[in-house]
Design a binder for this molecule. Structure first.
Ligand SMILES: [Mn+2]
Length: 427
């Protein structure tokens, strides 16, 4: 389904006087601080976050899954859902596919459908963490790290096939996340597993088109609970460094042990030009995959402070990172949840744009942690939501996307079209 733009405009018109008042007030406050409001609004209009195809349905836990209604039943419907998110938020301009869950049957039709929603294809994701029904060899004891060369070859061939599908759709990058590891001490030779993984990744890297990038994602535990082959940013960076110029580390917010200083990891990887992508979610305990910014908004701001610093640093040769939400929704309407995540990401980004970097650097040079904290928290405690709303208004999105989603009965219409008991493919 598509929302009638006139209906979005009508809702915006009703909310316009209040928006103008708050935007004008914020503009005055920021102007006094010599912050260029128009530049911030333009930056927000440019900032697009990819939506993964697997976030559009209800996720589950190992205890159960409570499906919502009107979930997308096909790749076409998933693209339609991301189109809705983009129409309302004007900030979800890309979709990230998962192979084999999202194999396109008619590539040209899928490409033109995505184009009609103004969507690009972001990184494609391979899957060697589960066995498929028609698969010859099992990944129970690993894929790219497996002791058996035939299993490794099957996993390599799968990644090459993913690249082929992605290339046909216009994607330019492959994200590799591995479940490979061990659940019991002594089960795996750490060194051999790492070397076999490097060898497998080298073969995949060699099969990428010359304008493609590879993102190597890391995670300290789960589904294996004693060790993972790519456990942390150091392991990921070692692999990316050995693979070549077009291989990068990918940071997923949920793939760290509690209290890890993720902003420092971001700064360090960008310093050496090796942060390729970023996956957003939030967590209290582990890879909880809850709504971005729902638990630790200040940490998200501190991370964005380093991301913006890295992007604006003229001495950094880090490429513009690929942004993606990587979350799963057990309770909320998945589309409402994604709208909230998009908002949280852009709030943190906008706040980071407000940081006076020159003054912050001076405070650091003067060993003045009090002033450094004043500068950071001054930006963090600014209510930047009118900037986000203004960016959406100028791009013909909704001033308040969640309110519009509800007022326009989008979920009700999706249920009417798709049914009450649908299960999104791949989940
Ligand atoms: Mn991820």
């Amino acid at each position: 389904m598509r929302i009638d733009n006139q209906k979005i405009k009508q809702l915006n018109d009703q909310a316009l006087p209040d928006h103008r008042e708050s935007f004008d007030h914020l503009s005055k406050v920021l102007n006094k601080k010599n912050i260029d409001v128009n530049r911030a609004v333009e930056k927000l209009k440019e900032f697009q976050v990819a939506i993964p195809s697997w976030a559009l349905g209800t996720g589950g836990t190992r205890f159960g899954r409570f499906s919502g209604g009107g979930e997308p039943r096909s790749l076409e419907e998933k693209i339609g859902d991301v189109g809705l998110l983009h129409q309302l938020s004007q900030s979800a301009g890309a979709i990230s596919l998962h192979i084999p869950w999202d194999i396109p049957e008619d590539v040209e039709a899928i490409k033109s459908l995505a184009a009609s929603h103004n969507l690009l294809f972001d990184a494609v994701n391979s899957n060697t963490f589960q066995d498929q029904p028609d698969q010859e060899l099992s990944y129970k004891f690993g894929s790219l790290c497996h002791v058996d060369k035939a299993v490794r070859q099957q996993a390599i061939d799968h990644n090459l096939e993913v690249i082929k599908y992605g290339d046909a759709l216009g994607s330019k990058s492959l994200t590799v996340w591995l479940a490979d590891g061990s659940s019991f001490p002594g089960q795996l030779n750490f060194k051999k597993a790492f070397q076999r993984t490097l060898d497998s990744l080298q073969q995949i890297y060699a099969g990428m088109p010359s304008d493609w990038k590879m993102f190597v994602e890391y995670k300290p535990y789960e589904p294996n609970f004693y060790s993972t082959v790519i456990q942390d940013w150091g392991s990921s960076h070692m692999l990316a460094d050995k693979l070549g110029d077009r291989a990068y580390s990918l940071v997923d917010l949920g793939h760290h042990l509690p209290n890890t200083n993720i902003e420092q990891i971001v700064a360090t990887l960008m310093m050496v030009g090796k942060l390729g992508g970023f996956h957003f979610n939030d967590s209290k305990y582990g890879d909880d995959d809850v709504t971005v910014g729902s638990l630790k908004p200040y940490q998200l701001f501190l991370i964005f402070n380093e991301l913006v610093d890295g992007m604006e640093d003229p001495s950094s040769n880090n490429p513009y990172p690929a942004w993606m939400i990587d979350a799963s929704h057990n309770l909320k309407d998945p589309l409402e949840d994604l709208l909230q995540s998009l908002e949280a990401i852009r709030v943190a980004y906008a706040q980071a744009l407000l940081v006076d970097r020159k003054a912050l650097e001076e405070a650091r040079e003067n060993n003045d942690p009090t002033l450094a904290q004043e500068i950071l928290q001054g930006a963090y405690r600014t209510d930047v939501r009118p900037l986000l709303a203004e960016a959406r208004l100028q791009a013909e999105g909704a001033l308040d996307p969640v309110a519009a989603f509800r007022a326009l009965n989008v979920r009700k219409e999706l249920i009417a079209a798709r049914g009450e008991k649908t299960v999104s493919t791949g989940l």
